[in-house]
Design a protein around this ligand. Structure first.
Ligand code: SER
Length: 888
């Protein structure tokens, strides 16, 4: 094949490189430093700041192939995926950019040259569109004289004005579409009989293969269009649809996007899964299973690339998008008859088809497969039951002639069976049935409310209202003391009070690090003991109790001296710096998909939660601990800088979606290994941490692990404490170190054995001596007026026999008891006991001497109790029955 997808990609880049464009790599699917976007949804996302004039580009002409995801927000194609042949959630966008350099004319001319020249597409198949008010663009097309007037079409904002999101750079555009021939669209199916044409929604015959946007505005938060200082070009060409068009021309067949070489590699893998585990469907044979093939192929790409860019399945933001995609794909697997995890196979197809162009998916392949399979298997447990519930519900609705699934059912599917709402809707769409979304939302809100109520119990937080105008400044990065003036005060005498001062060395809780404690004093000797420091609306609030003086001493305007608890701060500081080193080490050793999910830094220890599937193995934990301690011994310099957020991100600083950062941020660097955005307090060299000791690794939620650790003196104390435990254990066992372990192993083995015996015995006793077995029940006989009680036992040892004899004597009162037990391995035991009232006439010792020989043994004892051993278990009955005769 001449126009393989790889060739199309390369030819685009070569074309623009030859026209002065610098080729740049694709940016991550996770936009860096753009909280307005969940995912990179267009090639221009990484260049947004150049358009806005916030940053200055290095090159004025750039071209690339950008991985894009259209699955949320303004550009969301999820619902169309699979149902037609050209929509995707994940796709590759070819683009060329001019940052204030060339404009409409070159953009249009070059694309025409590329499409009709290099790609040799017949101009007769092509159409151009322009915005109805963009006379300039229309004139350029007319002047070029390459298309007849009737194939230069005008459209309004809906079709010819492009915007990246609710806000951001935008402008009118000009698009180039190709007519793929009559057979490419089924109007009756795709757009309800409407005539096939350019910009008819759902028409698969006229497909846009070039979108040239002339960026000249910024849509601001109020919705207004603000002209930009410079005019720019942003073009987008879908790689898959272009390859489909070229491969169709080449083969003479009408091929959809999913028929191109790249997708066939993926679909082939899905066919293999269907062969092996499913109903053996093949692509292209049946429209219904084709929808599933396409959806799985699309979703496999999305999950592969998302995971490689550091997203893991979960319940918030991006994580939930990934979870939904995996679950939807798993559901399509069921439609191909596959009732087990199989998506790792589709993922392998993606890596095979695209790994050369995107090394990140190759590098993350085994981990990605693991994450996908884990999520898929977990959902697999409830997927079938959920689908059953939907079937039942469908039957009910069809019978009653309704059209809507109640919110309760959708909520149950969500809450109990893990069906994201969009998945339920997707399943129902085939049946033209809706979900009562409002009802579903209400139940969701109620559940959230219950969760909030449960969390409300924020113990000990004093209710303090502060005056306005209380912005304060933290000056305590390198100071433990300071002087300032009270700006606001609240609370009552005898209770917690709160004060805000202009400048404070007290660190307010933030970035996981706990707030400082200490004292605030006045010149008159009043003392406020600060038990916590927090942030509230730009102020730093000190909370505590007045130890001397009263609230009046700390009124607004009072001069105060502030002193923090230095030991506590220093200890917290070590833990905070160690947290950065830990974060680095986790990413270094477990991979870049690890990212922080939560952190607590207090003086005693640090706790770090991070995204990772499955427990961290012991040897990896050991390596992590070693790496951290090596970095500590390296004694690397720790530096902090204030800079613009964008510069920090450019410098590779770790920042997290969902965290709020201002325009200027603080960047903390350690040696050459760690760069993080952080407002916390830190040591000046990594050696200050002294030592790092892992305390525990555990799971806190699906896909989230927790590490707890100690540093400095805390680490030393932990080790000492453990040593002490070991010593105590050694002392108890009477052995040390290796010998203690051996000893313990023996004890445990013995305990196990004893437990087994005990259980067996208990069972026997409970069964009343095992009727029908070797044991027998008590036999009570009268021997000349004396009660004789005998019992044959199995495996009961002599000591237990004595206990049993005691109980039997108590139970029967005046009597003679005789017990015989088969101890196994050719050994037997006999016991005779006589109650005190009878010992004058009947002596246990005498009886035993007479019966022991019957079982081949000897024995003797006191008048009230005698025991004997023997070797012939088959004679036990005979020996016992002789007792009555002897007594008589
Ligand atoms: N931004 C436009 C698009 O995404 C052109 O690149 O289609």
């Amino acid at each position: 094949m001449r126009w393989t997808t790889a060739k199309v990609r390369q030819s685009f880049l070569d074309f623009f490189a030859a026209r002065g464009h610098t080729i740049v790599p694709s940016a991550s699917l996770i936009p860096k430093g753009d909280p307005s976007l969940l995912f990179t949804n267009a090639g221009m996302v990484q260049f947004k700041d150049y358009f806005l004039g916030v940053r200055t580009p290095q090159h004025l002409r750039v071209a690339d192939c950008q991985k894009c995801l259209r699955i949320s927000g303004k550009h969301n194609d999820l619902e169309a995926v699979g149902r037609d042949t050209y929509h995707h959630t994940f796709f590759e966008m070819l683009g060329n950019w001019s940052f204030g350099d060339y404009y409409k004319e070159e953009a249009i001319r070059w694309h025409w040259e590329l499409i009709t020249g290099d790609w040799e597409i017949d101009p007769k198949l092509l159409y151009a569109t322009v915005h109805k008010d963009d006379k300039e663009a229309e004139d350029i097309w007319l002047k070029m004289g390459v298309l007849p007037r009737e194939r230069i079409l005008r459209f309004g904002d809906k079709d010819n004005f492009w915007e990246m999101g609710e806000t951001g750079p935008c402008g009118p555009n000009s698009e180039i579409s190709i007519d793929r021939g009559k057979g490419a669209c089924k109007p009756e199916k795709n757009h309800a009989g409407q005539k096939c044409f350019v910009n008819v929604d759902g028409c698969e015959r006229f497909i846009e293969i070039g979108n040239l946007v002339f960026i000249q505005y910024n849509r601001d938060a109020s919705g207004a269009l603000m002209p930009l200082a410079k005019k720019h070009v942003d073009t987008g060409t879908g790689l898959e649809r272009t390859a489909a068009a070229l491969q169709s021309i080449e083969t003479g067949k009408i091929l959809g996007n999913y028929d191109i070489d790249l997708f066939q590699t993926i679909i082939h893998k899905i066919e293999q899964a269907a062969q092996k585990f499913g109903d053996k469907a093949r692509y292209g044979k049946n429209e219904e299973s084709d929808v599933s093939f396409r959806a799985i192929a699309d979703h496999a790409r999305t999950m592969t690339f998302l995971i490689a860019d550091g997203v893991i399945p979960g319940n918030s933001d991006r994580e939930y998008v990934l979870r939904r995609i995996i679950r939807r794909a798993a559901r399509h697997g069921r439609y191909l008859g596959i009732h087990r995890a199989f998506l790792a196979m589709a993922h392998a197809g993606v890596v095979e088809a695209m790994g050369d162009g995107y090394p990140e998916i190759k590098a993350a392949a085994s981990k990605t497969a693991e994450i996908i399979t884990q999520e898929e298997s977990r959902f697999g447990e409830t997927l079938d039951r959920g689908l059953e519930l939907i079937d039942t519900e469908l039957a009910r609705i069809k019978k009653s002639g309704g059209h809507t699934v109640p919110g309760e059912v959708a909520f149950k599917l969500y809450d109990t069976y893990g069906f994201p709402l969009d998945l339920t809707e997707d399943v129902l769409r085939n049946h033209s049935i809706d979900v009562d979304v409002a009802g579903f939302d209400r139940l969701m809100d109620e559940q959230k409310e219950r969760g909030r109520a449960a969390r409300k119990d924020d113990a000990g937080a004093p209710e303090i209202s502060l005056g306005a105008g209380t912005a304060s400044r933290f000056v305590g990065y390198h100071r433990y003391e300071g002087e300032s003036e009270v700006l606001a005060a609240g609370g009552k005498d005898g209770e917690h009070v709160a004060i805000v001062v202009a400048e404070t060395p007290f660190y307010p809780e933030g970035g996981g690090q706990v707030g400082d404690r200490g004292v605030i004093e006045t010149a008159s000797g009043a003392i406020l003991e600060v038990s916590d420091t927090r942030k509230a609306d730009g102020s730093i609030v000190h909370v505590g109790r007045i130890l001397r003086g009263d609230a009046n001493d700390f009124r607004v305007g009072a001069r105060v001296k502030l002193k923090i608890d230095r030991i506590r701060r220093d200890a917290a500081m070590l833990n905070h710096s160690a947290t950065h080193i830990l974060h680095y080490a986790l990413r270094d050793i477990l991979g870049n998909t690890v990212h922080q999910a939560g952190s607590l830094v207090d003086p005693d220890k640090l706790r770090f939660d991070f995204a990772h599937t499955g427990p961290v193995k012991d040897d990896a934990l050991a390596t992590i601990e070693e790496e951290i301690n090596a970095r500590i011994r390296e004694n690397a310099e720790v530096t902090t800088d204030e800079m613009a957020y964008d510069d920090a991100i450019k410098a590779g600083a770790l920042a997290f979606f969902g965290d709020k950062y201002g325009d200027r941020v603080r960047v903390v660097r350690m040696g050459d290994f760690s760069v993080e955005l952080c407002g916390g307090t830190h040591i000046s060299r990594t050696g200050d941490v002294g030592m790092f000791k892992l305390e525990a690794e555990s799971g806190v939620a699906a896909g989230v692990r927790r590490i707890e650790a100690m540093t400095g003196n805390g680490a030393l104390e932990t080790i000492r404490k453990r040593e002490k435990f070991l010593e105590e254990i050694g002392a108890q066992l009477g052995a040390r170190d290796g010998a203690a372990v051996e000893r313990l192993e023996k004890l445990l083995a013995r305990e196990k054995e004893l437990e087994k015996k005990l259980r067996a015995m208990e069972q026997k006793l409970a069964a009343g001596g095992g009727a029908g077995g070797a044991e027998a029940e008590e036999q009570v006989r009268d021997a000349g007026g004396v009660k004789v009680v005998t019992r044959k036992l199995d495996g009961v040892d002599p000591r237990t026999m004595r206990e049993m004899a005691d109980r039997m004597r108590q139970k029967h009162g005046s009597c003679v008891v005789a017990l015989g037990s088969d101890l196994g391995e050719g050994k037997v035991a006999l016991l005779v006991a006589v109650t005190a009232d009878l010992t004058a006439k009947i002596k246990a010792g005498d009886i035993i001497k007479n019966i022991a020989p019957i079982v081949g043994g000897t024995g003797g004892g006191r008048p009230d109790l005698a025991q004997a051993g023997g070797r012939d278990a088959s004679k036990l009955d005979e020996a016992l029955s002789k007792v009555a005769t002897l007594v008589q």
